[in-house]
Ligand binder design. Structure first.
Ligand code: SAH
Ligand code: SF4
Ligand code: F3S
Length: 440
């Protein structure tokens, strides 16, 4: 019997990876993919707790699912997974008793038992343990979905930035063993994957028996058929010499690094418990660009952290001007229950946050546009991973994650091709195949 599964994913790339793995775990039970919740026998919401808005979405989506479930007489299993489930499991069951399963990010290898239990008992199942045996030891092989894949290598966080829920929702830092990671990478490459993005909440905090992330990246670079490597998200404090050096040595490592700084003010960085100051970050950016001159940086920012003054915010703008980022995510500070910053005095009023966010985003947007325009005329390797909007068109990703479209034959799908950028569109670059012998 085939049943249909619909997974809706919120939040970060680790949740995207987890959603795919939940589908892998349920496949042996006969669950195949559904296009929409309306067609599904089981719906999983894989949730994010990072900001208030993210968590609220879950309850409104649950309202919609309740109506779907009631309208059907053949039953529907509703599961809530991820970080909201971890943080507010009991609350979900109280507010939405029609939910059958609530599971945290560390227990989804047990989904088959939970599904059996939910179908049998009729009641709800709650599993938000942090099991001693990591889930990775119990998952089936990952199935590739296209030429670019995510691979979780590290989970959890011990940094305790004062604004952040992740240390509570994902638990303590854990590094998967190197052999298991290389094994998963090889299997992905055997299925046609050419680009792997290593994932972790603190991916550059990954460590094995014989070294850190630099050692792992060198190992991955030795896999034939794997052409591009990325890693995200990194904490500035864990960017050690070896990892900086790998950017110079390993060609397969893309010259693009997501290295969130959050703020440019020393006072705010200290209050955030980021464990570095603005000068540390500026020097780090310099060292990276010194070993790999074509490297571009991206970052996350928070505006309106408690106590942030106009002068602090001006420091953030100044740092942005100094570093130059090509892609960014910026957010208004959102007070999260249980985090130290939520209890700090001098919470910043909403209109001030809004004005700062608008000013910061205008500057960041201008930097992104300047970078995109500077790419016109450049030839770069692009991984063509999807069909484009028009017939005969393909979409791909540049080394800097810019979407690039090109008129290309479908047989190039899944390949890295050299393209010359010809124009900048609002959300993508246009390119043509590079002439023979053109420089990088
Ligand atoms: N581990 C990563 C970030 C994970 S959360 C790091 O250390 O950078 C992703 C982003 O969400 C953060 O970089 C931060 O910019 C933002 N964020 C986290 N908590 C937030 C909060 N309470 N309010 C607003 N933005 C927040
Ligand atoms: Fe959150 Fe800080 Fe950990 Fe990143 S490093 S996940 S921002 S606590
Ligand atoms: Fe959100 Fe959890 Fe990721 S809170 S950002 S889904 S680690």
């Amino acid at each position: 019997m085939t049943r249909k599964l619909f997974v809706k994913t919120y939040g970060c790339q680790m949740n995207v990876y987890d959603s795919a793995r939940m589908a892998d775990v349920l496949a042996p039970l006969g669950y195949g993919p559904a296009e929409r919740a309306e067609d599904a026998d089981m719906v999983i919401l894989n949730t994010c707790h990072i900001r208030e808005k993210a968590s609220e979405k879950v309850f409104s989506e649950l309202g919609r699912l309740k109506r779907l479930k009631t309208a059907r007489d053949d039953g529907m299993i509703i599961a809530v997974a991820g970080c909201v489930a971890q943080a507010e499991g009991e609350e979900i069951l109280r507010r939405a008793p029609f939910v059958d399963i609530v599971l945290g990010p560390q227990t989804y290898h047990r989904l088959p038992e939970m599904v059996a239990q939910a179908s049998r008992a009729g009641g709800s199942v709650l599993d938000t343990d942090f099991p001693a045996e990591p889930k990775f030891d119990h998952l089936p092989d990952a199935r590739a979905d296209g030429p670019a894949a995510f691979l979780s290598v590290q989970e959890g966080c011990d940094k305790f930035c004062t604004f952040c829920v992740v240390p509570y929702t994902r638990g303590a830092e854990y590094s998967r063993p190197r052999a298991a990671i290389l094994d998963e990478a090889r299997r992905l490459v055997d299925q046609g994957v050419v680009e792997i993005t290593l994932l972790g909440q603190n991916v550059n905090g990954w460590h094995g028996d014989q070294g850190g992330l630099a050692h792992l990246i060198r190992g991955l670079a030795g896999i034939d058929g794997l052409e591009r490597i990325r890693y995200t998200t990194s904490h500035p404090m864990d960017m050690d010499e070896a990892l900086i050096a790998v950017h110079a040595e390993v060609d397969k490592l893309m010259p693009f690094l997501h290295l969130p700084v959050q703020s440019g003010s020393d006072r705010i960085l200290a209050a955030m418990n980021r464990r570095h100051d603005r000068d540390d970050y500026l020097r780090l950016a310099e060292r990276l660009k010194a070993v790999r001159p074509d490297l571009a940086l991206s970052s996350d920012f928070i505006v309106g952290f408690p106590g942030e003054t106009d002068a602090d915010f001006a420091d953030t703008l100044a740092l942005v001007r100094e570093v130059g980022f090509v892609q960014t995510y910026s957010f208004k500070y959102s007070a999260r229950p249980g985090t130290p910053a939520a209890a700090m005095p001098d919470q910043v009023p909403e209109p001030v946050k809004e004005a700062r966010l608008a000013a910061l985003q205008a500057l960041l947007q201008a930097q992104t546009e300047t970078f995109n325009r500077a790419c016109v005329g450049r030839t770069m390797p692009v991984l063509l991973d999807r069909p484009g909007r028009h017939a005969g068109q393909m979409l791909g990703r540049s080394p800097y994650m810019q979407p690039v479209h090109v008129d290309a034959a479908a047989h190039l799908a899944g390949k890295v091709v050299r393209l010359t950028v010809t124009a900048v569109h609002p959300n993508s670059l246009a390119a043509v195949p590079a002439a023979e012998g053109s420089p990088r």
